[in-house]
Design a protein around this ligand. Sequence first.
Ligand code: 13P
Length: 354
Amino acid sequence: MSQDLESIAAVLVAKGKGILAADETVPTLTKRFDALGIQSTEQSRRTYREMLFTSTGAAEFISGVIMHDETIRQKSSGGTPFAQVLSGQGIVPGIKVDTGAKPLAGSPDEKVTEGLDGLRDRLSEYRGMGARFAKWRAVIRIADTLPSAACVSANAHALGRYAALCQEQHLVPIVEPEVLMDGSHTIERCEEVTGLVLHAVFRALFEQRVTLEFMLLKPNMVIAGEECSRPVTLQEVAVATLRCLRQHVPVAVPGIVFLSGGQNDRVATAHLNAINRLPGPKPWKISFSYGRALQEPALEAWHGRDEELKMGQQAFYHRARCNGAASLGTYTDELEAASVGSGSPPHRGQSGDN
Ligand code: 13P
């Protein structure tokens, strides 16, 4: 069984591939649909997810998909459960298992992620439905006096407990501590906070006896706050991110798959590419587990219209292909220019409250 976990982790970070995070909650996906005037119903969310999951060729670059509870219980228009639609293409089905970030008692400007109660049984049920990996997201906010030690330790502890339960139930845990890019902090401050959060998370994983070889880390990149007045270059982001990871992520971890966190889709691709092109030791696979940065061009192209489903799939395929290349450090302007989509503003959306 442990062999199983190791091989699933390896498949998720197979050469030139990464993960699609399509696990937005109903309120979050509704917000994204609303922004484009798309009606959010169980049916329209199902159609949208089916569009993404059946994009021709995308499986060449997508190793796994993280689903929401609603989606893993749904079937495609042809009557096949979505987990099977994915595994039939060699894509590993995954599931988000936290129940959301809630206000942290004693520090109302911060959040702690909930969902440990009953988790063992839910994991077992999801495994029975075909899931082979899981995700839990903690959010850490930067401000002058934040994050508090209480917020970092409560979230790290929960991530450790979640990851241990996943491995017990034969699911690969994706451990996601997200330091948000909301705010005006500098890139240096992001590096400092990301480092201390990763330190606390790996300590908690060690305490909870999580096998590092059987998990993946899903961190933020080290990036300036979106209201920071000092612009930073792609290269600065890449260097600071890799430095921070080298200092805090043990080599036993097979892969690091970044979240996009509200970065513009092309910028998220360019950052991943720049990180993979840096010289020096990179003892883990470095790839993507993007939500917005993979989906937004597809969502815009589709716009809720049946006749645009193919356009949506082409837009998704293109972003998957570009990010697959970035995971190898081979993304180029020429590859991007083969685009079906068009440009987009520098920062899309706020803290991903998925
Ligand atoms: P974004 O890439 O949109 O940040 O989403 C990734 C994710 O899974 C957040 O939990």
